[in-house]
Design a protein around this ligand. Structure first.
Ligand SMILES: Cc1cc2nc3c(=O)[nH]c(=O)nc-3n(C[C@H](O)[C@H](O)[C@H](O)COP(=O)(O)OP(=O)(O)OC[C@H]3O[C@@H](n4cnc5c(N)ncnc54)[C@H](O)[C@@H]3O)c2cc1C
Length: 720
């Protein structure tokens, strides 16, 4: 199979060859994960310097965190329990904010854009009776403004998680990371993994925080067929070990929310035949297929390569994974396609459970053990918030961890990570559940209420049915499901049947009113705002709060309120050479060091504030950069003004707005921020606004800046 060969060529570490595998782990199951974080024995004596950060888990969030920390000059290493990186496609939708984060990671966003399928092939969700049968409805999730880069310098993307992992690993290698395979551990230091190493086949099985100087993680691995253990010492341990996080369990952190919303199996398969058919007839990202023989959601990861994942509901204990052997899956796929496929290759079958939960806390053991990504929150995948939220956790955490480890901020500063990210996770959980329910509106309109299927399953499993032999339970369940699917018969579901016609009309209304599953959420994706944390909320009583995000698309409103992501606008940078470079306001923020950006207009008071910012930043041992936004009407010659006003400081830029020709009423920078040009904006290293003054700087600029840096970095003023 050409695609399989192509996939195998990516990297020997990407194991895609096995079938129906359940991710073997080295040996922890034998020992169990019972040790509690602070009571697992006092073996945490720390001679020598521990590694600053040990990351547990080499999923997308762990890999992104290791890149961000390394770029910020923080030494870290990763332990991963599997011997190979996951090759399951899983996540595929990368939202706008994550793409902005990737844009700053040495061209990662550009690589994703280069390798992802063309957008016209994945912009639609298609609802049909089979992939060769009638189409019930089509929803296009892109609008012209998505391509005009008005609200962001980059667009959303569709790229399989394992391909993203591969790119992240390549980026880590460029940062001199070494991937140590489980059978190549020669010279490995038992007490401290070297920085910039990813140790495959190493499972974290216990954490000891009894020493004040370091955290000791015990990891298990297999050597010569035997299960062995070694202890690794670090200053901070970050658990990014996924939805079933061992770190979270070892710390005794519980999850709040709804468990077990639905059980599903993912069937990863390849078929060029199907890919070519869909390319010709109906290209899309998701296919919701409803017929009398089968129901499923097909994710087209790449139509040209013929790479798909089929999601099907799964009802244990009446069903088990063995019911989804490759041959059985093939038959199921043929029923959904409406014909046989000659080249089908089922690569992997993976059961998974959908939850809607957030960890009660993100930090433990005096802020020395932290969780992020799926370890901290697990959402229904509707809307693709899981990995995106996790990557943005890493982006929030990296500069804060760097501030603490470099001695700029006290360790209590890390509380702002939880204060900022946990509400986002809670919000995104609600949004994902809302979107999951919207997805269910379609089968419900067709007379297939999924809640009924779940109730039948509950009655069979827990109610009177539970006393029946398992074969009888299975038969009852199968009978109930075929009865449900009978609602989809062409005899019933057609315009000349009164019931069918009313169901089809209801379906049309759902699509027309945008009430089915949505893909894009700009209001939440770009418009989320931290209310409490490493920021100073507006004290201005005239500040009008932003409308609450609605969960409906297209209502992102740029905002410079503290806690918001800095609005994007293209600016032209004036340089000494006279060469002008165009960039996004987001590019003015340097992600590779702990640097704050102050945005001002060329006004005397603002220049005073800028000089104060440079001086105070030095006191706080962080870097500051100033951006002077010049009005459109002035010429390049005016930039001498900044040189004179800011001397001797040199870390500043003079920029001029580039108005967007595609927007007739395009506003100025200060209008976009709903401020006057007498105001100023202080931006954090993660592009979120730390502080701003809307219209006038009142009081002593040095005191103002001291107050701001002290509050934002969590450093008490008297320490300065
Ligand atoms: C069907 C489906 C579709 C999805 N689609 C999207 C989407 O389109 N967009 C989106 O944003 N999200 C999506 N998601 C969610 C996304 O896949 C997850 O949010 C993402 O994988 C989380 O990344 P992570 O790095 O936090 O965890 P994981 O990807 O789970 O990685 C955790 C890593 O830790 C390792 N590990 C576990 N325990 C240990 C241990 N004790 N020691 C060492 N290593 C350990 C694991 O082996 C694993 O490699 C989807 C999820 C599903 C199920």
């Amino acid at each position: 199979m050409a695609v399989a060969r192509f996939l195998k060529l990516y990297n020997g570490l990407f194991d895609i060859g096995c079938r129906t595998k359940l991710y073997p782990s080295p040996c922890s199951r034998a020992r169990g994960l019972s040790a509690s974080a602070s009571t697992s024995g006092g073996d945490g004596g720390c001679d020598g310097a521990p590694l600053p950060v040990l990351i547990v888990g080499a999923g997308p969030v762990g890999l992104v965190l290791s890149i961000l920390l390394t770029k910020l000059g923080v030494k870290c290493a990763v332990v991963e329990k599997n011997k190979t990186f996951s090759s399951h496609p899983q996540a595929h939708f990368i939202n706008n904010r994550t793409m902005e984060v990737f844009r700053k990671m040495n061209g990662l966003a550009e690589e994703i854009q280069k390798f992802q399928p063309p957008v016209n092939l994945w912009r639609k969700f298609i609802y049909c009776s089979s992939l060769t049968g009638s189409v019930l409805g089509t929803v296009d999730h892109m609008q012209p403004q998505d391509f005009e880069k008005v609200v962001s310098p980059v667009s959303v993307a569709h790229f399989s998680q394992y391909k993203l992992t591969r790119l992240l690993v390549e980026h880590l290698k460029k940062l001199n990371f070494q991937i140590r395979e489980a059978d190549n551990l020669e010279g490995l230091d038992c007490e401290a993994p070297r920085a910039r190493e990813i140790l495959m086949g190493h499972e974290c099985i216990s954490i000891d925080t009894t020493s004040n100087q370091c955290v000791t993680a015990t990891v298990s691995y297999i050597e010569g067929g035997k299960c062995k253990e070694r202890k690794f010492r670090c200053s901070t341990l970050v658990g990014v070990d996924g939805a079933g996080s061992s770190v979270r369990r070892l710390l005794g952190i519980s999850l709040r929310g709804e468990k077990d919303l639905q059980k599903l199996v993912s069937v990863h398969f390849l078929s060029k035949d199907l890919g070519q058919h869909l390319l010709r007839e109906r290209s899309g990202m998701l296919y919701f297929i409803f017929n009398t023989e089968a129901i499923g959601v097909l994710v087209a990861h790449d139509l040209e390569q013929g790479e798909f994942v089929l999601q099907m509901p799964f009802y244990p204990p009446q069903q088990n994974v063995q019911d989804f052997k490759p041959k059985i899956c093939e038959k199921m796929i043929f029923k959904l396609v409406g014909r046989e496929l000659l080249d089908i290759d089922v690569i992997e079958v993976k059961p998974w459970v959908m939850h809607a939960e957030v960890a009660e806390k993100y930090l433990s053991c005096d802020n020395r053990v932290i969780i992020a990504g799926d370890a901290a929150h697990r959402f229904p995948p509707a809307g693709g918030f899981g990995m995106n939220t996790g990557i943005q956790d890493a982006h929030n955490l990296a500069w804060k961890l760097a501030s603490v480890l470099k001695g700029i901020s006290p360790s209590s500063f890390l509380h702002t990570y939880e204060a900022e990210r946990k509400p986002v996770a809670i919000f995104n959980t609600t949004l994902s559940v809302q979107n999951f329910k919207a997805a269910m509106a379609v089968p419900a309109a067709l007379g297939l209420d999924p809640a009924v299927a779940n109730s039948v399953h509950r009655v069979v499993s827990d109610g009177f049915g539970s006393i029946l032999p398992s074969e009888v339970q299975k038969a009852i369940l199968d009978g109930a499901f075929s009865l449900g699917r009978a609602q989809l018969s062409t005899f019933l579901l057609n315009e000349s049947n009164p019931l069918g016609s009313s169901r089809l009309a209801k379906l049309k209304r759902i699509f027309d009113e945008g009430k089915s599953l949505q893909l894009q959420f700009p209001a939440e994706d770009l418009g989320f705002r931290y209310l409490d944390g490493a920021l100073i909320p507006d004290v201005d009583s005239t500040s009008v709060p932003l409308p609450l995000p609605t969960g409906r698309r297209r209502d992102y409103i740029p905002s410079a309120d503290p806690g918001s992501r800095l609005p994007h606008m293209n600016v032209r940078v004036w340089s000494d050479s006279g060469k002008e470079e165009k960039m996004s306001t987001l590019d003015l923020v340097c992600g590779d060091k702990i640097e704050f950006l102050l945005i001002i207009a060329p006004i005397k008071d603002s220049y005073n504030l800028a000089r104060a910012a440079f001086k105070v930043a030095e006191e706080f041992r962080v870097s500051a950069r100033v951006c002077v936004v010049w009005p459109l009407e002035v010429g390049h010659a005016f930039r001498e003004g900044s040189k004179v006003a800011l001397a001797p400081w040199e870390n500043y830029l003079d920029v001029q707005e580039v108005r967007n020709p595609s927007i007739s009423s395009s506003s100025s920078w200060w209008e976009l921020c709903r401020m006057t040009d007498r105001g100023a904006i202080l931006v954090r290293p993660d592009e979120h606004i730390a502080w701003r003054v809307k219209s006038e700087i009142i009081g002593d600029p040095i005191l103002e800046m001291r107050k701001s840096f002290s509050a934002v970095l969590g450093v008490k003023l008297k320490a300065v």
